[in-house]
Design a protein around this ligand. Structure first.
Ligand SMILES: Nc1ncnc2c1ncn2[C@@H]1O[C@H](COP(=O)(O)OP(=O)(O)OP(=O)(O)O)[C@@H](O)[C@H]1O
Ligand SMILES: [Mg+2]
Length: 182
């Protein structure tokens, strides 16, 4: 069974996955790369709707015992029996904006992705499907080394889940109108 790193675009999944792979001597399965190589994304746009069932079947062939699997689609294309631990990286929407601006995302893409993070869509879908195997960590303001320590502790001790509620934070900051434009 595999370790899985998921979460919205820009939260730091690939950065930390490389660290985990090095530390644990695991090989990386990059869901987006496999989807792209299999021609499942149109126009190289990984936000497009894709054939989840097809991707699930392709991944089945590629996953072995000792993998760390990375991708925002992980909760939708993996089965519970393939997963040892699924870690959802959560990053404050305020910290995601500069990451997205660096990537030159459009305003709409920024709103879509920060909105998804505020509502915790990937985290909720992961918890629904993978239940006790799912852990969230708040990576905002954390260095890569600090992130790695938290994640290793979850993998080894099966504890260290963090409750994350950006909706509460955004509401308290009176910023709902900033993130949920009509
Ligand atoms: N702990 C950290 N502190 C500061 N910057 C970080 C940290 N982790 C990652 N970054 C930076 O944040 C950006 C996004 O990280 P990364 O590409 O790993 O995210 P991702 O979740 O894999 O994104 P995607 O889903 O789009 O592939 C990168 O520029 C990376 O260098
Ligand atoms: Mg990445």
């Amino acid at each position: 069974m595999s370790i899985v790193i998921t979460g919205n675009p820009g939260v730091g999944k690939h950065t930390i996955t490389q660290q985990i792979a090095d530390r644990m001597k695991l090989s990386i399965i990059d869901i987006n790369k496999i989807a792209k190589d299999s021609g499942l994304f149109e126009k190289n746009d990984d936000t497009n709707d894709i054939d989840v069932e097809k991707l699930e079947k392709i991944l089945e062939q590629k996953i072995s015992e000792n993998n760390v699997i990375v991708g925002h689609l992980a909760p939708y294309v993996l089965r519970k029996n393939q997963v040892k631990t699924m870690i959802v990286l959560r990053k404050s929407p305020y910290d995601l904006i500069p990451v997205y601006k660096d990537r030159r995302y459009s305003d709409k893409k920024i709103i879509d992705n920060t909105g998804s993070e505020i509502l915790g869509i990937i985290a909720n879908d992961a918890i629904t499907k993978f239940q006790e195997k799912t852990f969230q960590i708040n990576v905002s303001g954390k260095t890569v080394v600090e992130m790695l320590e938290k994640i290793m502790s979850i993998i080894v001790n099966k504890e260290g889940n963090e409750e994350v509620d950006w909706l509460d934070l955004v509401t308290k900051n009176n910023d709902l109108g900033k993130f949920f434009v009509n």
